[in-house]
Every structure is written in C-alpha cells, then in structure tokens.
Write a protein that binds this ligand. Structure first.
Ligand SMILES: Cc1cc2nc3c(=O)[nH]c(=O)nc-3n(C[C@H](O)[C@H](O)[C@H](O)COP(=O)(O)OP(=O)(O)OC[C@H]3O[C@@H](n4cnc5c(N)ncnc54)[C@H](O)[C@@H]3O)c2cc1C
Ligand code: FES
Length: 259
C-alpha cells in the first residue's frame, strides 16, 4: 500500500477547533468502511515527522473523500491550515470496521468529539441500505460547539439524540445517560457501536456488559506507522496480552478491550 497524493478540494469550518477537509484523487479509498482510517500528513518537513491517524467521514467511488478533524496538537494544527489546493499524503484505508447493518436488529450508535466520522459513515451506510429506521445516533459534547457535524447526521434522516454537559444544546448531561434512558424504553437486544473519548467508550462498554448487549468500540491510540510495524499502538486485551489498534482494530468487541 502506498501513500496517495490527495488534493484538498474544499474546507468546511464546523465550530472552533473542528473542521472538515474534502479531498480529491482518493479513488484508492473507495469502498472504505465505517471505522477505517487513513494516515495523513502535509508537506511539513520533519516536524512532525509522522503522519496522523484520522477516520474517514466519506469515501466515494469518484475519488472524493472527507475527513473531520479536531485540533489537539501540532499535527492537527498544521492540518487545520490546509485550504483548497493544498496537497496531502494519505495512506489507507486501514484497520477494521463496524459490522454491516442488520435488518433484524436495532443499532444504537454513540459518538463524542472527533469520534463522529465512523458513526456518521455507519449511519449513512444504514440509510443507503434503506435501514435508517433501524439506527439511532447519540452525539454528545461538552457544549453546543462540541457536536461536530450534527447537521450531517440530521440530513441522513436517522433518529438523533444530542446531549451537552452544560445543556446548551439537546438534553443536558452525559451521552451515556441519554443512551441508558433510551435502552430502558426500547428493550430488546440492540447492538451498541461507539467511537469517542476513552472514558465515554469505557462507560458504554460497562452499560453493555451490565445489560448483556453486543457492543463494538472504535479505539484511539497514539500511532506511528498505522501498519502493525512499530508496535506502538498496543492496548491490553482479554484474549491475549495485547492487541494492536492499527491492525487488530480500531474496531473491537468491547469485551476484548474493556473488562
Ligand atoms: C484510528 C484513529 C482514528 C482517529 N480519527 C480521528 C478523526 O477522525 N478526527 C480527529 O480529529 N482525530 C482522530 N484521531 C486522533 C488523532 O490521530 C490525534 O488527535 C492526532 O494524532 C493528534 O496529533 P497532533 O499532532 O495534533 O497532536 P500531538 O502533538 O501528537 O499531541 C498533542 C497533545 O494532544 C494529546 N492528544 C493526542 N491525541 C489526542 C486525542 N485524540 N484527543 C485528545 N488529546 C489528544 C496528546 O496526548 C498531547 O498531549 C484518530 C486516532 C486514531 C488512532
Ligand atoms: S501504529 Fe505502528 S503498530 Fe500500530
């Protein structure tokens, strides 16, 4: 697998610290599945040397792809300066994905912060398969500004539950509290799929364990290569001492990585 030379076609600022880059020339990413990611870098010289792992928000057959980025450090700050015409080096699609929507099951998708892309892509996959009614999305953030791409999710026509810690948009409180309330209402055995900050994933995994529900989580870890070569993304697991987030994940059965 080689790096693609992708061109930034458009840039969309969502809220302070969150932006979308739409990329052309990414035919090699077509067919990428929800949860799969790319390693991305710009023409930055040696600082930072390593590309950054970013999930795919979109990967179309015509070569158009999109990523949604939250600025946290130097690499993402450099990415945040990219405007139309900039060139990026992109490697992917990498890693594992959420399972396909199942007509017989309800899927509850939970996202926080920069964890939106896999959840958006999974909801879009269900909508494209005519199964928008089998999916509900829970998107949580600290404030109204931390609900990136809520508009994109609204456009899909799936049921969307928004929460903010300060009540500035949607229900006040944690996204996991909204999830628990909904689980009490829906009954049955829905599948949970989650992507977001580690404490949120931990809480979702715990809810799934206590209610004996199937649960998949998409993890984040510091990544140097994205290809299973540096062993830098190891996390402790149940079935063996370590799993590697880039190669065995990022999507895992929650019981494998959260006990
Ligand atoms: C599989 C995978 C998919 C990802 N998908 C996305 C995505 O779609 N969009 C996106 O914006 N990010 C995503 N990330 C996270 C992204 O890779 C990191 O935010 C990025 O590598 C940080 O690089 P940096 O150079 O900006 O920060 P660094 O300079 O490397 O780090 C700066 C500071 O931020 C902290 N930090 C690093 N990563 C994070 C983080 N994720 N959250 C909070 N603090 C952090 C570091 O501990 C450090 O203190 C993903 C990560 C993985 C592993
Ligand atoms: S990032 Fe190098 S092994 Fe996973």
């Amino acid at each position: 697998m080689n790096f693609i030379d992708a061109g930034v076609v458009a840039r969309e600022d969502l809220a302070p610290g969150y932006f979308i880059l739409r990329l052309g020339g990414c035919e090699a990413l077509a067919g990428a599945l929800p949860g799969q990611f790319v390693m991305v870098r710009g023409d930055w010289g040696r600082d930072p040397l390593l590309p950054r792992a970013i999930s795919l928000l979109e990967a179309r057959p015509d070569g158009m792809a999109a990523i949604l980025v939250k600025t946290v450090g130097r690499g993402t700050a450099l990415l945040s300066r990219a405007t139309a015409g900039a060139r990026l080096r992109v490697l992917g699609p990498l890693g594992t994905a959420f399972p396909a929507p199942d007509a017989a099951r309800q899927d509850l998708l939970i996202a926080g912060g920069s964890g939106v892309p896999p959840v958006y892509l999974q909801a879009a996959r269900a909508a494209a398969a005519g199964r928008a009614d089998r999916v509900e999305v829970f998107l949580g953030g600290r404030t109204a500004q931390d609900l990136p791409y809520a508009t994109g999710l609204e456009r899909l026509g799936v049921s969307l539950h928004l929460t903010t810690d300060d009540g500035s948009r949607g229900q006040r409180g944690l996204v996991t509290a909204a999830l628990e309330r909904r689980l009490d209402e829906v009954g049955g055995r829905p599948r949970l799929m989650a992507c977001g900050p580690d404490p949120m994933l931990h809480a979702v995994a715990r809810i799934a364990r206590l209610r004996e529900l199937p649960c998949l989580v998409s993890l984040e870890a510091a990544m140097a290569c994205g290809l299973g070569a540096c062993l830098g993304c190891a996390v402790p697991a149940r079935s063996r001492p370590f799993v590697y987030v880039c190669q065995d994940g990022p999507v895992f059965d929650a019981a494998e990585v959260y006990q």
